[in-house]
Design a protein around this ligand. Sequence first.
Ligand code: SF4
Ligand code: SF4
Length: 381
Amino acid sequence: MNAITPSRQAVPAPVGLLAELTHRCPLRCPYCSNPLELDRRSRELDTQTWQRVLTEAAALGVLHVHLSGGEPTARNDIVEITETCAKLGLYSNLITSGVGGALDKLQALYDVGLDHVQLSVQGVDAANAEKIGGLKNAQPQKMLFAEKVTSLGLPLTLNSVIHRGNIHEVEGFIDLAVKLGAKRLEVAHTQYYGWAYVNRASLMPNKADVDASIRIVEAARERLKGQLVIDLVVPDYYAKYPKACAGGWGRKLMNVTPQGKVLPCHAAETISHLEFWYVTEHSLGDIWANSPAFTAYRGTDWMQEPCRSCDRREKDWGGCRCQALALAGDAAATDPACSLSPLHAKVRALAAEEAAENPPDYVYRTIGSNVRSPLKEEAKL
Ligand code: SF4
Ligand code: SF4
């Protein structure tokens, strides 16, 4: 492994590490942000390597570790890995589907110091939720899991990814979060990367439903002040300005894949010309400071107009590079989700057109599938 080498520029310390421990998952959500080519179990990092990565993360200044996947409790060593976080003083957040072996391992995770649980819920109505997640009998398991989380006194966040298949349930997600005793609810409109990009025509809601969902959340925030925090992620295609993707490229977050590839955001592999480094060959500090993938779009020097001269350039950092590549054909372009992008009107029109059509069947997330990214074939806007 290489030692840390001096970086070319002052680099802020990362605050968060997304540890994608495995791509195995009992669910098959059609909006999953995992890549189309999922890592197989045989290629996953071993326990000792994850423990070394976590130790390096703590030394770098990382505060939060998101134990994610896939389904992180599918790993036999999830308790050991969580215990390592606790020993290193890292705040651990388990991002889980709540099915499979999750419930069986929860007590042990609590005992070794797990700090927080984020549970995904695909829908409120069980039949709808199980259709979206592609797994029968998942909903009762999730409800039992949530009850156990709160009975242990662990803070619970519910994560609901919103799309045209469940946008009519936003009020229901809020009621469910209150009923389950969650402290926080994420109403996160689908971001169109990974499997969601393949399924965009099935998932894209119309503008009227999006606006209604925003009004419901705003009213509930007032009503439930002090009881439930609701985070709202609006859909990029209908937004005025883009989000600062991952808090800005290479500024706050690192994402380690099951086989140890380190990404600036979970969709970064769609930018195929980038060179990604592995934790098996480099230290985390070296990757953060010097890996070509991290330095490519860090800061503002790489920006084109209109971002280059825009006074929001250090607020949203030009939006999402993966979306710029997907929609504009150039990862260094202004994110077309931005109303200042010359392509924005076409993005809006595309969303409206897809939302008005009959939704095609879901392409479910599957390991070993031969689903190909439409990015290469799609005519750009
Ligand atoms: S989005 Fe669905 S399929 Fe993807 S990791 Fe989460 S629960 Fe599993
Ligand atoms: S032009 Fe660029 S920096 Fe300005 S708001 Fe749009 S994406 Fe952000």
